[in-house]
Design a protein around this ligand. Structure first.
Ligand code: ATP
Ligand code: MG
Length: 236
């Protein structure tokens, strides 16, 4: 069974149709990259997958459970997102990573927090104030805060946009060793999608133009728009 099954999803803001997806299935354990130009609906899709908004129309099944209206907190907690512009609490790095675990009333938190900080290369920063961090460090705290929750689905919105090459490879390694976590990775970087994804989807004006195994997406796409996007020839 797929982890997510979306059918006839439409998302409108005022009267504008921003997302229009007849069908999208996300397989358990896959890395699905979503690429597409600015404004094509990528972040909107992630908000739906995190159950932050209910779609204007259509249905979302998560792990076989049909969701409508207000999503059960227990289901929302099985998914974690690293947002495009993450907000951190004005507290220490450790407190930021601890916060979600405390909300879940998890007892033993020291070890998972230390492990998460280690994975993002920030063990030395546990006591630092979040507001003193560089953009790249803050991005990594946001990632630690998500992975510490051990979500079944991890949604990453441009997770390496502000990072230098060392940090990009650190985060890419983390995505690559994802075990059984399902990852939806939104990226402008098609090379990153090629390195990490099992499947890649191109979103244009809210429509999924093509969704293929990574290798076919890059080497033998069927839609001319995919070819143009991959070759950097698309005019927006
Ligand atoms: N809450 C909202 N109210 C009104 N319009 C919205 C809202 N959220 C998104 N939009 C619009 O929906 C469209 C898709 O936005 P979205 O943020 O999903 O794009 P994106 O693909 O993530 O772009 P980028 O690559 O720049 O992050 C945009 O035109 C945006 O202005
Ligand atoms: Mg976005």
């Amino acid at each position: 069974m797929n982890l997510y099954q979306l059918r006839n999803i439409q998302q409108r803001y005022r009267d504008r149709l921003v997302l229009d997806l007849p069908a999208l299935d996300i397989e358990r354990g896959e890395v699905l990259a979503i690429v597409g130009p600015s404004g094509s609906g990528k972040s909107t899709l992630l908000r739906l997958l995190q159950f932050l908004e209910a779609p204007t129309a259509g249905s979302i099944m998560f792990d076989g459970i049909a969701l409508q209206g207000q999503t059960d907190l227990n289901i929302r907690r099985r998914v974690a997102t690293v947002f495009q512009n993450p907000m951190l609490l004005d507290r220490s790095v450790r407190d930021n990573v601890a916060f979600g675990l405390q909300l879940r009333r998890q007892r033993e938190i020291d070890h998972p927090i230390a492990a998460a900080l280690e994975r993002v290369g920030l063990s030395e920063y546990a006591r630092a104030k979040a507001r003193t961090l560089s953009g790249g460090e803050a991005q990594r705290v946001a990632l630690a805060r998500a992975i510490v929750l051990q979500p079944e689905a991890l949604l990453l919105d441009e997770p390496t946009a502000n990072l230098d090459p060392y940090n990009v490879s650190l985060i890419e390694a983390l995505v690559r060793d994802h075990d059984r976590t399902t990852i939806v990775l939104v990226t402008h970087n098609i090379f990153q999608a090629r390195r990490l994804a099992d499947r890649v989807g191109l979103l244009l004006s809210g429509r999924l133009i093509e969704l293929l195994p990574a290798d076919r997406f890059f080497n033998a796409p069927t839609d001319p728009r995919t070819r143009a996007f991959v070759n950097g020839e698309m005019v927006y």
